[in-house]
Design a protein around this ligand. Structure first.
Ligand SMILES: C[S@@+](CC[C@H](N)C(=O)[O-])C[C@H]1O[C@@H](n2cnc3c(N)ncnc32)[C@H](O)[C@@H]1O
Length: 238
């Protein structure tokens, strides 16, 4: 695949700031399915070290709120400044996805890359916590690390080389996510699909020099990507 926007970021920056499979490529593929015009106010939910927020602010012209629980907003702010972005283009904040400090109807859109499975597995989450913050007609886009087919009852040995069954409980297949999301009143499912860039995004991640990427290598080298995918979800608030 071609990633003209993701590749405006040097590989060294992608490798330093990724927290999983290349979030820049996942985000660019996700946005290719969407209809979010420049100038939109977008929540980057679970933004991590801010790569996708910088991408959306700089390359798509969105006004981005980079909300994350574990990352330091001051560190992310310095990164955004280094990307040539100002506090009018991107706002970093520490926030819990289950208690977001925004008015109802504030956002034109939500994008969440490699994070929704931390808080969105609760079937009440979308309808109660997230959807009300989006304008009617606004889009929500999630790139969720998933499974080709749920295999929690008989986990393939290759997956257990890097992850425990408890960690794998965060991953599910498309029908599981469809059932989770479809019960939400007010959310129209526009599209769900396996993302094409999964293998490429994983290859980029495994080249990162950090203990988490190093820990994931054993499973992938043993064939884990036969069982894992990334699920793109595109929703509209009715
Ligand atoms: C695997 S990292 C992905 C980060 C980033 N999107 C990326 O792709 O590099 C998962 C992120 O989810 C965030 N997260 C987990 N639970 C959260 C919650 N309850 N509220 C907000 N963020 C949360 C963490 O802070 C972490 O940055």
């Amino acid at each position: 695949m071609n990633f003209p926007k993701a590749e405006t970021f040097p590989q060294s920056v992608m490798r330093e700031r990724s927290m999983g499979p290349n979030p820049l490529k996942l985000c660019e593929e996700l946005l290719a399915y969407a209809d979010i015009p420049a100038g939109s106010v977008v929540l980057d939910l679970g933004s991590g070290a801010g790569l996708t927020s910088a991408l959306m602010a700089r390359e798509y012209g969105y006004v981005v709120y980079a909300a994350d629980l574990w990352s330091d907003p001051s560190v992310n702010m310095r990164f955004f400044e280094g990307c040539g972005l100002t506090n009018r283009q991107v706002t970093p904040l520490k926030a819990d996805a289950t208690a977001l400090p925004f008015a109802h109807g504030f956002f034109d859109a939500v994008v969440s890359v490699d994070s929704y499975n931390y808080f969105g597995r609760d079937p009440e989450y979308l309808g109660e916590r997230l959807l009300p913050l989006v304008k009617r007609g606004g889009e929500l886009l999630f790139a969720i690390p998933g499974m080709a087919c749920d295999c929690h009852d008989d986990v393939p040995a290759c997956l257990l080389r890097s992850w425990t069954p408890e960690q794998l409980d965060y991953m599910h297949d498309m029908s599981w996510w469809r059932a989770n999301i479809e019960q939400t009143e007010g959310a129209e499912v526009l599209d769900m699909r396996e993302m094409a860039c999964t293998r490429e995004a994983w290859a980029d991640w495994l080249e990162c020099d950090n203990e988490y990427a190093a820990g994931d290598r054993a499973a992938v080298e043993a064939g884990a990507l036969t069982y894992l995918n990334t699920i793109a979800v595109r929703l509209r608030r009715r």
